[in-house]
Ligand binder design. Structure first.
Ligand SMILES: Nc1ncnc2c1ncn2[C@@H]1O[C@H](COP(=O)(O)OP(=O)(O)OP(=O)(O)O)[C@@H](O)[C@H]1O
Length: 304
């Protein structure tokens, strides 16, 4: 195993950020930590990259203990924090040189690793990092995290607030780095990015709800799922929640996703029920679950 965490607990005063988290990331894997704001992703990541001590539990990265061997370990990990990690008053090139020097290497020594990414910002190498666009900052931060040729790359919400095109490009970069043999742990609040990972852990309120390949995560969804809409979505939610056969109702864009308690209701019966409550333009379609649906389902089960 490249990363192994066992029963990690972490609290900030009264706030329990991690409630006994265990996970394993295999060598060469692209592993996603998926969860909403406040789920505990940053706390877990900071523990794994040796910047925060767990209250309980233990973790190793490349067989090195995150607490006892933190000095050795830092050389093996590339870390891209969620918030701005660069020196805004240093130029692009100075930032790169700084990170290389800290790790006792040079830009030239490991240029092959960052070439693809760094070349895109090299024309602006004299520019102060604080004056780069969001996408360019992201590329520089990634280049800086890679310049000491780490075995493991850990990225905390690298695509939060990034536009769709740059997000796609970023994931393509990650795939290329994975092909170069780097193990990658990446956190994201975007459920659609789960499908780009080899395996994912869904995390919520300090607990891991499930760990699996994205395909298996959705296959394991047991409930029957329908997408429903009508002209008045607000009343539609209210009326669906009152229906005894409906288990859950959640808004997903322009549709509501509902799960059923049993298989005895038909779409026609549900349509009749909504019509009787004066709904118009009703649409009811059976659908395949996505990661979001599984998430909602697991969260419900966990809370009960
Ligand atoms: N330094 C801190 N002091 C107090 N509470 C904290 C601190 N850091 C995090 N928390 C709390 O711990 C919980 C987990 O936070 P964490 O940052 O690990 O989650 P996250 O999934 O990374 O979310 P986000 O995307 O918002 O950072 C949250 O309730 C958060 O408010």
């Amino acid at each position: 195993m490249m990363i192994s965490a066992e029963n990690i607990e972490k609290s900030y005063g009264e706030v329990k950020a991690l409630r006994g988290v265990s996970l394993e990331v295999k060598e060469g894997e692209l592993f996603g930590l998926i969860g909403p704001d406040g789920a505990g992703k940053t706390s877990l990541i900071r523990i794994l990259v040796t910047l925060l001590k767990p209250d309980k539990g233990s973790a190793t990265v490349n067989q090195l203990d995150v607490v006892d061997d933190f000095r050795k370990l830092r050389k093996q990990i590339g870390y891209m924090p969620g918030r701005f990690s660069l020196y805004p008053d240093l130029s692009v090139e100075e930032n790169m040189t700084f990170f290389a020097t800290v790790f006792g290497t040079t830009i030239e020594e490991n240029y092959h690793l960052v070439k693809d990414i760094y070349q895109q910002i090299e024309p602006f190498k004299e520019r102060l990092a604080g004056r780069l666009s969001g996408g360019m900052k992201q590329k520089l931060a990634l280049s800086c995290a890679l310049i000491h040729a780490p075995k493991v790359l850990v990225l905390d919400e690298p695509t939060t607030g990034v536009d769709a095109v740059s997000r796609k490009e970023f994931w393509e970069m990650l795939k290329r780095l994975q092909k170069m043999g780097i193990t990658i742990l990446v956190s994201t609040p975007y459920m659609d990015e789960a499908n780009l990972c080899d395996r994912v852990a869904l995390i919520q309120d300090g607990n891991i709800l499930t760990i699996n390949t994205p395909e298996r995560v959705t296959q394991n969804h047991e409930s029957i799922l329908w997408a429903v809409r009508s002209d008045n979505m607000y009343l539609c939610i209210r009326d669906l929640r009152k229906h005894p056969g409906v288990k859950t109702v959640f808004g997903f864009g322009e549709f509501l996703h509902i799960t059923l308690r049993d298989n005895t209701i038909s779409p026609t019966a549900l349509e009749k029920y909504l019509k009787e409550r004066c709904h118009t333009n009703i649409a009811i379609n059976p659908i395949e679950p996505g990661i979001e649906d599984v998430f909602m389902d697991l969260m419900q089960k966990h809370d009960n």
